[in-house]
Write a protein that binds this ligand. Structure first.
Ligand code: CUA
Length: 311
């Protein structure tokens, strides 16, 4: 090679190395600057396992808030397509909140508005981080990693309340549960909170992804073993391609074991009502109790569905 060409190449190589070095330096300065001015909230991985084994731990089998000491609370959250469990958490202002997060199905991103809380939530991993809210208010939680067709509906809330109001609010849900909310009202509420983001407010479904429930749920319930199938689908989820009225659906139905037996029975009756309302309740909480604890997988429910529909 002509030595002049060689020099030319070497000169450009040095320039490019200098540019990449400066870029690196720029990034390091920016990271250091944001750590210094915004503070760091970096999640620690505290446990690893199969998603199933983590979800069976008391922390996640009943996710939510626990008071761990004066001015200290613990909040556990489960992310799943396409919701946060629980959807709303209330914490007192100024308290040290210890968050534990895990995912049931795929990777989600937990981001709390107006804070620098932003954590990747990974199935089979538990992330922990601490945070203290200094301003009361309602903070929107969104998912910032694309997790499927209903990703944009994955919204939750953190309500930060003054201590006295928070203490009062802690009493509230228990009182509400004791109240005699009708089964129909419970069913409608569970549906709106958990099902409507995928299956639509009136149960029309979404072509190619989520089957319609209006009419279809009632058709299934009329089949031999169909009621058990519907209960299992809620308790354990369903994974695999299905056909409804000649259309194919490939969405994944998450499991909802965190819903109570009464809630599951109520929402199933609500589903039947999306077509023509049943005169009498069809699903009873005892029927759900009976199907719980079988430890089925979403694949097994799919196999069971093929059996029931093929009968
Ligand atoms: Cu969960 Cu996007």
């Amino acid at each position: 090679m002509d030595p002049r060409h060689h020099d030319q190449i070497a000169k450009w190589e040095r320039r490019w190395i200098a540019v990449s070095g400066l870029l690196m330096l720029g990034f390091i300065v920016l990271i250091a600057y944001s750590l210094a001015t915004e503070g760091a909230n970096i999640a620690q991985t505290t446990a690893r396992g199969t998603p199933q084994s983590l979800l069976q731990q008391p922390l996640f089998s009943e996710p939510g808030l626990r008071v761990t000491g004066p001015g200290q609370v613990q909040v556990s959250l489960v992310a799943q397509a396409f919701s946060w469990m629980p959807e709303t958490v209330r914490v007192p202002v100024g308290a040290e909140v210890e968050f534990y997060l895990t995912a049931r199905d795929v990777i989600h991103g937990w981001q709390v508005e107006r804070t620098n809380l932003n954590v990747e939530v990974i199935p089979g991993e538990v992330s922990r981080l601490r945070y203290t809210f200094t301003q009361p208010g309602r903070y929107r939680v969104s998912c910032n990693e694309y997790c499927g067709i209903g990703h944009q509906n994955m919204i939750g809330w953190i309500e930060v309340l003054p201590a006295s109001q928070w203490a009062a609010a802690q009493e509230e849900p228990a009182a509400a549960e004791q109240g005699s909310a009708s089964t129909a009202a419970i069913g409608a509420e569970v549906y709106v909170r958990n099902c409507s983001s995928c299956h639509g407010p009136a149960g029309a479904g979404l072509a190619g992804a989520f089957p319609p429930l209006a009419g279809h749920a009632a058709d299934l319930a009329a089949l031999d073993g169909g009621r058990e199938l519907l209960i299992d689908t809620l308790l354990y989820g369903l994974q695999g391609p299905i056909q409804v009225a000649g259309n194919n659906y490939a969405g994944v139905m998450p499991a909802w074991p965190q819903l109570g037996d009464e809630q599951i029975a109520a929402v199933l009756d609500h589903l039947l009502g999306l077509g023509a309302a049943p005169a009498e309740p069809v699903f009873r909480p005892e029927m759900v109790t009976e199907r719980r604890g079988q430890g089925l997988s979403a694949d097994q429910v799919h196999t069971y569905r093929q059996e029931v529909v093929g009968r």
